[in-house]
Design a protein around this ligand. Structure first.
Ligand SMILES: Cc1cc2nc3c(=O)[nH]c(=O)nc-3n(C[C@H](O)[C@H](O)[C@H](O)COP(=O)(O)OP(=O)(O)OC[C@H]3O[C@@H](n4cnc5c(N)ncnc54)[C@H](O)[C@@H]3O)c2cc1C
Length: 472
């Protein structure tokens, strides 16, 4: 491709979905030059798509001053009723957000885009990435604007947040191994004449399953599947089909009407083997896709972005003592999380589709087991909500290293308020001589002290809210 004069920037982000928007906003807030290339024209949204924002994602949004506003757009749901008797009681979560927030994906994108724009991100809507190449110093992206103009953009790093058919992944010649897990899932946003007993309701027989969740403004998301109606994604779907699936899976269609959005899709389980190739990274759906069970897609992508952004900022600002190791840690921390999400959401969907008597018994047993055995329920809850995610501690590391830092009460305010500055936070006993961490910190450090004067330990919290280092 014959590009026009190259543009120099720090990071090119390909894709203005939720993953790309969070990443771009973080990098620009850290003072870096960021260009976002998005194929869609401005103002054309990704539709409703994902609708559940989990507790850990809300904490990450709290660290960007966006959570409270997002919560006002949706419905917080504390009880997730899964198959049969299985109910997850999210109110037990030790988080400022002990619930899953049901809100359309476009609300998340709206807030993230506003933040990125305010931070100075250069958005190129209607512009498609065609090809890319990299050398020791830079990445060059060949892009075409909607009017057909070609350009070559040059940056220190590039992130492919361009969704499941990622052009960035294709250009890196990376495989996307996996398989199709479920076909012909129908989705609709509807109004209901009668409210289901539980706010979020999931049910199924093995031949069908259905799910209903409220957006909180009178609209409900319905998702369903019928083993006996397996057709191509392009096959039109009518409200009657959705009603039938709901009756089969949940025993009632709750008087569904007025579909404002209705669609059919299939779901794959795939993960790219390398999240980093030199100066190019993959994040969100470009790196992993999985079944919709557990509502993990959007959440996992946002958490990828939060893990990568501070590392790129640290390297680009010249603060990392070992830049290559820090950038590699994006893959070593996030790839296992993606693999776990593939496994757990796959297990949930297979349980929902289980048909034989043995499998049905396993489903009933699994439900009963999880319902009654608290550690299993706590583990499942930690995984689904993201609160339980930790980044593998090294040999000899402190037991808290790599764990999520809760929203600690500090003399200066809440921890997640301090994290809004995008820096490390060193929490020490009040009045104590500032104690340094054992290893150099790859970034700027804000010093804070415990609100509880009886605490004598010291903690270093990373900009993404995970514990880097602690004393007893
Ligand atoms: C019908 C449907 C229903 C879903 N339901 C759920 C759900 O219930 N729960 C859940 O958690 N997840 C759900 N998902 C998945 C969820 O929407 C994704 O996980 C989430 O959008 C991933 O965000 P992302 O930013 O990584 O990618 P995307 O949101 O896919 O964004 C990628 C962006 O890149 C742009 N792009 C692509 N190629 C190029 C290119 N070459 N050049 C420039 N730009 C490009 C695209 O236009 C797009 O805006 C659903 C997805 C679909 C399709």
């Amino acid at each position: 491709m014959n590009g026009t004069a190259g543009t120099e920037t720090d990071v090119i982000v390909v894709g203005a979905g939720p993953t790309g928007l969070l990443l771009a906003g973080d990098l620009a807030s850290a003072g870096l030059r960021v260009t976002v290339v998005e194929r869609r024209p401005h103002g054309i949204s990704n539709m409703t798509r994902a609708f559940g924002v989990h507790a850990r994602t809300l904490e990450l949004l709290d660290a960007r001053s966006l959570a409270d506003e997002l919560v006002r757009t949706g419905a917080p749901v504390t009880r997730l009723r899964l198959f049969g008797r299985l109910t997850l009681d999210l109110s037990r979560l030790r988080s400022r957000f002990p619930f899953v927030l049901i809100t359309p994906q476009y609300e998340v994108e709206r807030l993230l885009e506003r933040r990125a724009t305010a931070a100075g991100v250069d958005f190129r809507y209607g512009t498609e990435l065609r090809a890319l190449r990299q050398d020791a110093d830079a990445v060059i992206a060949d892009v075409t604007a909607a009017d057909g103009t070609d350009a070559a953009l040059r940056a220190r790093y590039l992130v492919g947040a361009d969704g499941h058919r990622s052009a960035v992944r294709r250009e890196l010649a990376l495989p996307f191994p996996g398989r199709s897990v479920i076909r012909s899932i129908v989705l609709a946003d509807v109004r209901l004449a009668e409210e289901p007993e539980e706010l979020v309701t999931v049910g199924g027989t093995g031949d069908t399953f259905a799910f209903i969740a409220p957006f909180g403004d009178g609209w409900y998301r319905v998702m369903g599947w019928n083993r006996h109606r397996q057709v191509a994604d392009s096959e039109p779907v009518g409200l009657d089909e959705v009603r039938e699936i709901a009756r089969l899976g949940l025993g009632s269609d709750f008087g569904m009407r007025d579909a404002r959005w209705i669609s059919r899709f299939h779901s794959d389980e795939r993960q790219v083997p390398a999240y980093r190739t030199g100066r190019v990274f993959l994040a969100g759906d470009a790196a992993h896709v999985h079944s919709p069970a557990g509502g993990q897609g959007l959440n996992t992508g946002l958490q990828d972005a939060a893990n990568l952004s501070w590392k790129l900022a640290s390297v680009l600002r010249g603060e990392a003592h070992d830049p290559e190791a820090l950038l590699d840690s994006y893959h070593s921390e996030r790839h296992p999380v993606g693999a776990t999400v593939l496994r757990s959401s796959g297990a949930l969907i297979r349980l929902a589709m289980a048909r034989g008597p043995l499998q049905r018994a396993a489903r009933a047993l699994g439900a009963g087991f999880l319902d009654t055995v608290r550690p299993a329920a706590t583990k499942a809850m930690g995984q689904i909500t993201g609160i339980g995610i930790a980044y593998g501690a090294g040999r000899g590391a402190h037991r808290l290293t790599g764990r999520r830092a809760p929203d600690l009460r500090l003399a200066e305010g809440r921890l997640y308020e301090l994290l809004r500055r995008g820096e490390f936070v060193l929490v020490a006993p009040p009045g104590a001589a500032p104690q340094g961490p054992h290893t150099p910190v790859p970034g700027r450090v804000i010093r804070a002290s415990w609100a509880n004067r009886a605490r004598h330990d010291t903690l270093l919290v990373r900009p993404d809210g995970y514990i880097a280092w602690a004393t007893d």
